[in-house]
Unconditional design. Structure first.
Length: 264
């Protein structure tokens, strides 16, 4: 039994991540705390990106307009993840709407899961509209097979970086699962992120853009999140990580699309 466990260890690790990131009906496997398997997050995220790109491809096969294909992606993402990250975005936006310098009062707002406020509603509308507009700009589904895996991977692997450089706020439910993350896992996550980025752009050679610039932008915006979360909240929470994922996903797609169109 132990030998079989060792053979299927990579798959078990991925299923643990997919169980956290999605609502897919997955088989029961041995549980690993996320802090022990952080190194596999890039692989699990790339797979989710390819699944969401397939939703666009379905619409394209049906000869539907790009806007409708984009809606397929948005609906597919929400169903696939159970709106996990969108919920974090809404709660974080409501917390920012608290007109008080008290960080604890802001954080308390993120824990109020009973209702969504004006700021949370507006944040969700703006992000979903942004995604719809970005996906409408897709004129070739091959672009999605490049951009979505990249955006999903980078928007999630930044969690490992943020958790390493920022403390989790008091009372965070994520603390037992993701703290502490060993430095070697951070190195592997960054290395895999660079390798997957390079591999994606090398495979889609007809998009002649400098993928290194996208990674540089990604690193700079991680610093932006670090400064903003530290100043406004004093640390991280699960909701803030979800908000960061949604914003980064939109930003990476936007930057990649701009570079693709400017390169023509």
């Amino acid at each position: 039994m132990k030998f079989i466990h060792i053979i299927f260890y990579p798959l078990i690790v991925l299923i643990n991540w997919w169980r956290f990131l999605t609502i897919l009906p997955l088989p029961n496997v041995p549980y690993y705390p996320l802090k022990k398997i952080a190194f596999a997050l890039p692989i699990a995220s790339v797979a989710i990106g390819f699944i969401t790109a397939f939703f666009y491809q379905i619409g394209f096969w049906m000869n539907l307009p790009p806007f409708i294909c984009g809606l397929f992606v948005i609906i597919g993402q929400v169903i696939l993840t159970g709106a996990l990250h969108e919920d974090g975005l809404a709660d974080s936006a409501d917390a920012l709407g608290v007109r008080s310098p008290d960080k604890h009062q802001k954080l308390q707002k993120t824990r109020d899961g009973h209702a969504i406020g004006t700021y949370g509603t507006l944040a969700l509308i703006l992000v979903l509209l942004s995604k719809a507009m970005l996906f409408t700009a897709i004129i070739n589904p091959k672009m999605l097979w490049l951009i979505l895996p990249l955006a999903h991977m980078l928007s999630r692997t930044q969690w490992v970086v943020l958790v390493t450089i920022l403390p989790l706020v008091e009372g965070s439910k994520l603390a037992p699962q993701i703290m502490p993350i060993a430095r070697w896992q951070l190195v592997i996550v960054l290395l895999l992120s660079f390798i997957f980025s390079f591999a994606l752009f090398e495979y889609f050679l007809f998009f002649s853009i400098n993928w290194e610039l996208i990674l540089l932008f990604w690193l700079l915006q991680i610093y932006g999140f670090y400064y903003f979360f530290k100043r406004k909240f004093g640390g991280l929470s699960g909701d803030l990580l979800g908000a960061a994922q949604q914003i980064t996903e939109c930003l990476i797609i936007f930057v990649a699309l701009c570079m693709i169109f400017l390169a023509k």
